[in-house]
Design a binder for this molecule. Structure first.
Ligand code: HEC
Ligand SMILES: [Cu+2]
Length: 327
């Protein structure tokens, strides 16, 4: 894994790590320097005149000149030309940033208090970590489940709100390998203890990482189902158990919810709806998760959602490891 590169970019801006960054920075520079030049063009004479034409005697009177068509034309036409130029300087990168290339990889982004999750075309899901290949356009289709959020990667020069009930999108093509930070720039605090008493939340805490990797690493990532192998397997299983909402129907303490409890599940002799019996082992668990109706547990309706095509093998293995721990 590549660590964050220490490259702070220029004095004004973070480094440019996407294809559109240079054109956006160019527009920014043009606007900035136009402002700086006109600031001095206006302020220097203003102070000079204030001193030079200060009224020195009671009897002094102001010059009688109160109109000059020439000057008026200049100060109308010159700003007009500059503003039209600024419009076109901004238009090009704006159009480019608005329209994703047709071959872009599409990733679904879900924002919620207080995390980002990413979902790939092959079903791989990755909470808190966006992995993208270098040199390939990526289009993010974003939505939020609760309140407004805003996706921002400064080095890519892209920012877009994620809104409940609406899809918004942005795209970028990363040009440099490395790890970047996604920030939520929704300008709003979060009440402390919103998620849990000991865990202050807020948009400003809502960080995720973008890892720009080479083609092969990206393929490996998709195959792995987005699993972070540095976390112990059963712990990953527990996270998946919560992320995928299994906990809505399966308890860990023996209580009966919509589905059977996971307490003491592994190794148990399960009675099925058709009257047969089955010993709960790895194969049974895997089948029960991918195709729940293959063997329906006696006394329960076949209401469990199908996870075939959604959970990848490494994720199933993590869940199985977690189930084994529920003695
Ligand atoms: C909407 C409720 C619901 C959700 C969500 C749900 N399940 Fe189930 N699950 C059930 C029901 C009901 C059964 C029992 C009927 C059956 O076997 O299909 C069951 C059965 C199972 C079994 C077999 C249990 C046994 O006692 O033999 C396993 C394993 C299982 N689910 C795993 C999961 C996992 C893992 C998830 C999340 C990825 C999940 N379930 C999500 C409702 C749910
Ligand atoms: Cu947010």
């Amino acid at each position: 894994m590549t660590g964050p590169k220490i490259d702070i970019g220029s004095f004004w801006l973070p480094k440019q790590s996407s294809t559109i960054a240079p054109s956006i920075d160019f527009a920014w520079d043009v606007v900035l320097w136009t402002c700086i030049i006109f600031f001095f063009l206006l302020m220097v004479p203003t102070f000079y005149f204030v001193v030079k034409y200060k009224r020195k005697k009671e009897t002094e009177v102001t010059s009688a000149i109160d109109h000059s068509t020439k000057i008026e034309v200049v100060w109308t036409v010159l700003p007009l030309v500059i503003l039209i130029a600024l419009f076109f300087v901004g238009l090009a990168p704006w159009v480019n940033a608005s329209v994703a290339p047709a071959n872009a990889i599409e990733v679904q982004v879900t924002a919620q208090k207080w995390n980002w999750s990413f979902r790939y075309p092959n079903g791989t899901t990755s909470p808190g970590k966006l992995v993208v290949p270098k040199g390939k356009p990526v289009r993010l289709v974003m939505s939020a489940t609760d309140v407004l959020h805003s996706f921002w990667v400064p080095e890519f020069r892209v920012k877009q709100d994620a809104i409940p009930g609406v899809y918004t999108s942005l795209w970028f093509e990363a040009t440099q390998l490395g790890t970047y930070t996604v920030q939520c720039t929704e300008y709003c605090g979060g009440p402390e203890g919103d998620v849990a008493p000991d865990k202050p939340g807020g948009h400003s805490d809502m960080l995720a990482t973008v890892e720009v990797v080479d083609e092969q690493k990206y393929k490996d990532f998709l195959e792995s189902g987005g699993e972070d192998k540095s976390i112990p397997i059963a712990e990953r299983g527990k996270k998946l158990f919560q992320q995928w909402g299994c906990n809505a129907c399966h308890s860990l303490d023996g209580s009966k919810l919509a589905g059977p409890t996971f307490k003491g599940l592994f190794g148990r002799e399960e009675e099925l709806a058709d009257g047969s019996k089955v010993k709960v082992d790895e194969n049974y668990l895997k089948e029960s998760i991918l195709v729940p109706t293959a063997k329906v547990v006696k006394g329960y309706p076949p209401i469990m959602p199908v996870f075939q095509g959604q959970l990848k093998d490494p994720q199933i293995e993590a869940i199985i490891a977690f189930v084994k721990e529920q003695k």
